[in-house]
Design a protein around this ligand. Sequence first.
Ligand code: 13P
Length: 282
Amino acid sequence: MLVPFRALLEERRAKRAAAGAFTCYDVTTALGVVRAAEQRAAPVVLLVSEASFRAPESRLLVPALLAVAERADVAACVQIDHVRDPGLIASALAAGVGAVLADGSGLPLDENAALVRRAVAAAPQGVGIEAELGRIQGGEDVAAAVAAGAFTDPAEAAAFAELTGADCLAVSIGNVHGTYAATPRLDWERLERIRERVGDLPLSLHGASGLPPADVRRAISLGICKVNVNTEIRRRYLSELSASLPAVLPGLRLLELELAVIAAVADAVAELLDLLGPSLSH
Ligand code: 13P
């Protein structure tokens, strides 16, 4: 069932747990995500990447994911991830989704705040706006991110949250999108200070693919209540596809292939959801 973004996150925060947010490139992925969420009785966010949202070929992706989320037996929400262009944010808000990440993290602080404030003002009732402060890098090593001063500043986070009215803040504490070149070393003290400064505002951790399970648990114990995953789902989807292909090709058994991929995505998501449950160490 579709549930407002903020309510979904607040429920997780109150339970010292996190919602899994998984990038879905097609209905096959979404069906796998929802199957796992139903098996684990866990709420879930179906993410649409900016590239997918922009692509004319995927015009039907958002309505399709909304239909999958609506029919789910668990709380679910569809979110457009990482959009910076104001026109695209307006289209995302008009698309009927439950949340948008208005990503001004590449802009100067005041312009980031203005972008998020405008998105919050334009969002229909119940539609959530996530913001990103500091810059979560993609593919680079973490040392480069530190050197670039891209980590979230706790004092700025407090002022930013107050000024923008965002529903959720994505933090940069040593996490990166994509694969980790070296063992990630998250800045726990920084996360604690951010949490103290922003009060009850839901915090999200992006780039969870490749993070050690103990790190994900620790982040939740320190107040993260949304965890974004993309790369790991794509990896599991594509390895199942290539493993199953030789067996189904001779008979052109496409449905069998699709069912195998749904099951593989569901397995991957279930493993991750098991990590996101209530934290005992807080
Ligand atoms: P990964 O691809 O590293 O899992 O990151 C996904 C993400 O943060 C999407 O917003």
